[in-house]
Design a protein around this ligand. Structure first.
Ligand code: GLU
Length: 491
C-alpha cells in the first residue's frame, strides 16, 4: 500500500482520506504502508508542501513503514522502462513538431471530432528513424497502443468493478518528453512496481488513467496491482472540494488549528466513502482496522456537508458532532496532551500543570469536557478555569445579577462565608449557598445562578459546586468580592 501525494499544495481532506484508507488496509492485512512523494513536477512541487504532508500525516497518527521516498530519485528507472518499451516495440519515437500537432488538432476540430494523435510516426521505417536521430531531430517517446480493431484493455477495480476500454479509443500517449523527462503516468506505474505495491488505493480521478497504466504493465510483462478507486468528495451542492472554492475548511492544517482531535477527523474521513455495513459510527483505531474493507467502499460520491458562512457549523456538522463525542469519551491520558497543546497555543498553560497541579488539571478537564465541541473551547468557554480575565456574557449578567437588585450584594456577602470554609469542596460550597439562601429567605437558585455568572461570566456550564471546587477558594472569593466589575452593564 502507498500514499503517493504530489507536493504541489496543502494536504486536503481527499488526500488524507486516501492516506487513511491505505493505512487501514495495510494495518488490517499486516501489509507495508509506504509514503512516496511524487515530486516530478518540479515547477509546482515545493518543500513547504512536503512538510505540510508529513506534519499532517504525523498529526493524524497515520504512521508509514517506509519512506518518504522521492519519485525524483527513481528517474533513471523511469527512463529505463521507456527504453525497454522502445526496444520491445511497445513504444516508438515521434518526431512531430508542436506546429504539426497543432495543425492535426485544428483539422480534427474542423471535422468536429475529438483530436487523437494519428500515429503517423509509428509508420516510419527503421532507416527513416535512424536518419532523424542522426540529424538530431527532437522526439518524444509514445506508447504504441494495440491497434487491432477488437483489442481492449481490461482491469479489475475493487470498487468500480471490471473496467474494459477499447484500445481504438486510447491515443498513443507520450511516456518520455523530448527533453528526456518521463511522463507522470509512466513514473507512477514504474514506482508502484519498484515499491512492490500490491494495492493501488486512490481517488476516482485516477480511474481514467488506469487503462494506460494497465497497458504499460502488460507491455513490460508485469502483473498489475489490484486497483481500488475511491469516490470523489463533493460538497452539498455536488461541487468538488477545493481550497479555491471552499477555503481552509478543506485542509487538514485547519482542523488542527481549530481544535479538532486527530482521531475524530480520521473516524469522520473513514465514513466519507465507506461504511461498515452496520449502524456503528464511532470506532476506535483497532475497531476501524478490524471493520475496514475495500469491498465496502461506496461507488457513489461522498458528500461533505459544508455550508459556507454558518458560524455554528463551521465545518460539516457531523465532524463537529464526532469531535464532541471524542472530547467527551477519549481516555483522559490521550486527551490531556491535546489540551496542553491548545493551552500553550493561547498562553494559558502553566508548567505546574505537569507537576503539583497535575491532578487539578485532570479534574478540571474532566469537568469541562462534557460540553465542549473543540479543543478551542478549553481556552475560550473554559478560560475562567485558568485565568481571571475571561469573557463575560452581558445577557447572563442581566438575567442573573441585574434582574434582582439585591443579588450583587448577596455575592459580596457570600465571599466571607466561603472564605471561612476550612475545606472548600462541592459539599461545603453547596451547604453554604443553601443555608445562606434560607437565611435570606430567597430561592437557592437565585444565589446559584448569580454565583455562576460572577465566577464564570456565563449562565451555563458544568455543575456549579464541582466547578467552584475546581476553580478554587481564593479565586472564587476574589471574583465574588469584585462582583461590581460585572454589574456595570445593568441599566
Ligand atoms: N501523485 C498522484 C496525486 O497526487 C497520486 C496518484 C496515485 O495515487 O496513483 O494525485
Amino acid at each position: 500500500m502507498r500514499f503517493a501525494p504530489s507536493p504541489t499544495g496543502y494536504l486536503h481532506l481527499g488526500g488524507a482520506r486516501t492516506a487513511l484508507y491505505n493505512w487501514l488496509w495495510a494495518r488490517k492485512t499486516n501489509g507495508v504502508f509506504i509514503l512516496r512523494i511524487e515530486d516530478t513536477d518540479v515547477e509546482r512541487s515545493t518543500e513547504d508542501s512536503v512538510q505540510e504532508i508529513l506534519d499532517g500525516l504525523t498529526w493524524l497518527g497515520l504512521d508509514w513503514d517506509e519512506g518518504p521516498f522521492l519519485q525524483s530519485a527513481n528517474l533513471d528507472q523511469h527512463v529505463d522502462a521507456a527504453q525497454e518499451l522502445l526496444e520491445t516495440g511497445h513504444a516508438y519515437r515521434c518526431f512531430c513538431t508542436k506546429e504539426e500537432l497543432e495543425q492535426q488538432r485544428q483539422e480534427a476540430e474542423a471535422r468536429k471530432v475529438a483530436f487523437m494523435y494519428d500515429g503517423r510516426c509509428r509508420k516510419l521505417s527503421k532507416d527513416e528513424v535512424e536518419a532523424k536521430i542522426a540529424g538530431r531531430v527532437p522526439f518524444v517517446v509514445r506508447f504504441a497502443v494495440p491497434r487491432d480493431p477488437g483489442a481492449t484493455v481490461v482491469f479489475e477495480d475493487i470498487v468500480f468493478g471490471r473496467q474494459e476500454k477499447r484500445c481504438l479509443d486510447i491515443e498513443d500517449f507520450v511516456v518520455l518528453r523530448s527533453d528526456g523527462r518521463p511522463l507522470y503516468l509512466l513514473s507512477n506505474a514504474v514506482d508502484d512496481r519498484l515499491d512492490r505495491i500490491t494495492h493501488v488505493i486512490r481517488g476516482a480521478d485516477g480511474l481514467a488513467n488506469t487503462p494506460k497504466q494497465a497497458l504499460i504493465y502488460e507491455a513490460l510483462g508485469w502483473a498489475p496491482p489490484t486497483f481500488a478507486h475511491m469516490p470523489l468528495t463533493l460538497d452539498s451542492k455536488k461541487t468538488k472540494l477545493s481550497k479555491r472554492r471552499h477555503g481552509e475548511v478543506v485542509t487538514i492544517a485547519y482542523y488542527r488549528a481549530r481544535g479538532v482531535l486527530p482521531w475524530a477527523l480520521c473516524n469522520f474521513m473513514a465514513l466519507l466513502g465507506w461504511s461498515s455495513g452496520d449502524a456503528r459510527e464511532f470506532f476506535t483505531r483497532e475497531e476501524l482496522i478490524e471493520a475496514f474493507d475495500l469491498s465496502r467502499i461506496n461507488r457513489a460520491n461522498a458528500i461533505f456537508n459544508y455550508v459556507p458562512g454558518d458560524p455554528k457549523n463551521w465545518t460539516d456538522p457531523k465532524l463537529i458532532h464526532f469531535n464532541a463525542h471524542y472530547l467527551r469519551t477519549l481516555p483522559l491520558d490521550e486527551l490531556l496532551p491535546c489540551v496542553k497543546e491548545e493551552l500553550q497555543r493561547t498562553g494559558l498553560w502553566k508548567d505546574s500543570y505537569d507537576h503539583n497541579e497535575r491532578q487539578w488539571l485532570r479534574d478540571a478537564v474532566e469537568l469541562m469536557r462534557a460540553r465542549f465541541h473543540t479543543l478551542e473551547d478549553f481556552s475560550t468557554t473554559g478560560r475562567f478555569f485558568f485565568a481571571d480575565e475571561f469573557r463575560v456574557d452581558p445577557k447572563a449578567v442581566q438575567r442573573n445579577l441585574c434582574k434582582d437588585a439585591h443579588t450583587h450584594a448577596y455575592m459580596s456577602q457570600l465571599a466571607p462565608r466561603f472564605q471561612e470554609l476550612s475545606s472548600f469542596d462541592k459539599t461545603s460550597t453547596e451547604e453554604t449557598i443553601r443555608s445562606f439562601a434560607a437565611e435570606l429567605n430567597v430561592s437557592a437558585g437565585l444565589i446559584i445562578n448569580g454565583c455562576r455568572t460572577t465566577v464564570s461570566g456565563s449562565a451555563v456550564g458544568p455543575p456549579l459546586f464541582e466547578m467552584l471546587e475546581a476553580i478554587g477558594k481564593e479565586r472564587v472569593v476574589n471574583r465574588l468580592k469584585q462582583v461590581d466589575r460585572m454589574i456595570a452593564v445593568c441599566g
